[in-house]
Design a protein around this ligand. Structure first.
Ligand SMILES: Nc1ncnc2c1ncn2[C@@H]1O[C@H](COP(=O)(O)OP(=O)(O)OP(=O)(O)O)[C@@H](O)[C@H]1O
Ligand SMILES: [Mg+2]
Length: 347
């Protein structure tokens, strides 16, 4: 697909974790359809994602979800210009289902296929036009992107859509992972991010003193110590006997995670003279993060953009869009393209 194909229609497929998703996107920025089947309820009973269960469910659903995405878009296969699929990072068994399906569709239809980095896809979600009054990020570069999700805490300098440089990451846990672990400690269930956010709304973040870990190494994050600090407060006497309200613990933990994310993202944005900040990934759905990042960016004369909340967690619209921009620079992949569970930007 040549870069000039501005209005090309791309079918995106996403199966990197526990969402089976397919979407049609026009011109890399306009969502035509977006179907997501989440496995949240299945994994909630185990308190976290069971990889084998996730990949089996993807295999059951993938053709149904792709058919729904085309149907809702009112598009037939011959009208598409390209297929895009997440090839990493993620759970290898889950990735294999999406990539194998996409290769099958490419063989059957003759459509070009592009393999997409899931983190590049999250970054792209801020630039998508979705329904509602959401304001998408303008094409103003360089931008500083923060992807805060279940598996990542990446800072990437965006030189243009499809051009990313990784400038920061986490040394240990990702923020979503830290929130999920904290929610388990606080008996709040899975997924932990939304559960902590709900509980924190009734709490006082100042009522509990938690650290703001700073690695002092470039723009690196570290959240493991924060989780340990929370465990030290609640584990010896148990939740009932620890002397703190669960709502206050949730508010304090959420506040500490968001403070660290805001601090590093703002420092990186000013260091690299970014013209705007885009925040994506499941944790970007968090309203405290949205408010704090927006205010901190404004103090630096910058604007922070967030995707609408439903595009923060995994979806295939962002994959279709990322595939559009990747193919415009690198061209499509051939069918020997493989999954890479540890794929890193800029690949
Ligand atoms: N409102 C919220 N507040 C805070 N965290 C949230 C919220 N909603 C979802 N999350 C967190 O987002 C994470 C899921 O995000 P996402 O789907 O982007 O991650 P992932 O796809 O599992 O990981 P990755 O994208 O790194 O591969 C979970 O850890 C969840 O707790
Ligand atoms: Mg994700």
């Amino acid at each position: 697909m040549p870069p000039s194909c501005g209005d090309s229609l791309v079918l995106g497929i996403e199966t990197s974790c526990d969402e089976t998703a397919a979407a049609v996107v026009r011109g890399g920025r306009e969502i035509v359809s977006n179907v997501v089947a989440t496995q949240e309820e299945i994994h909630a009973q185990f308190g976290g994602i069971v990889p084998e269960v996730a990949s089996r469910r993807h295999a059951e659903l993938i053709t149904v979800i792709v058919a729904q995405a085309l149907d809702r878009a009112g598009i037939h296969w011959p009208e598409l210009d390209m297929l895009a699929v997440t090839r990493g990072p993620g759970l290898v068994g889950s990735l294999l289902v999406g990539v194998s399906a996409a290769k099958g569709y490419a063989l059957a239809t003759g459509l070009p296929l592009v393999g997409v980095n899931h983190i590049a896809a999250h970054i792209t979600s801020s630039f998508l036009l979705a329904a509602g009054d959401h304001e998408r990020a303008p094409l103003d570069f360089p931008a500083m992107a923060l992807v805060a999700s279940g598996g990542h805490s990446d800072l990437a300098l965006v030189d243009g859509l499809g051009r990313y440089r990784l400038v920061g990451f986490t040394r240990d846990d990702a923020p979503g992972e830290a929130l999920d672990k904290a929610a388990r400690l606080l008996g709040l269930g899975y997924p932990g991010g939304p559960a902590i956010e709900r509980e924190a709304a009734q709490g006082d973040p100042q009522a509990v003193d938690l650290p703001r870990p700073d690695t002092k190494q470039g723009f690196e994050f570290s959240f493991a110590g924060l989780k340990t600090a929370l465990a030290r407060l609640v584990e010896p006497a148990g939740l009932e006997g620890c002397g703190y309200r669960v709502a206050d613990l949730a508010a304090a933990f959420q506040g500490a995670v968001m403070d660290c994310l805001v601090r590093e993202a703002i420092e990186a944005a000013t260091h690299f003279r970014a013209r705007q900040i885009v925040v994506a990934g499941g944790v970007a759905a968090n309203l405290t993060l949205r408010e704090q990042m927006t205010a901190a960016a404004r103090r630096e004369g910058l604007t922070a953009y967030f995707p609408p909340r439903e595009l923060c967690t995994d979806n295939a619209a962002m994959v279709a869009a990322a595939g559009h921009f990747r193919a415009a620079i690198h061209g499509p992949d051939d069918l020997s393209m493989e999954v890479d569970s540890a794929l890193q930007l800029p690949a």
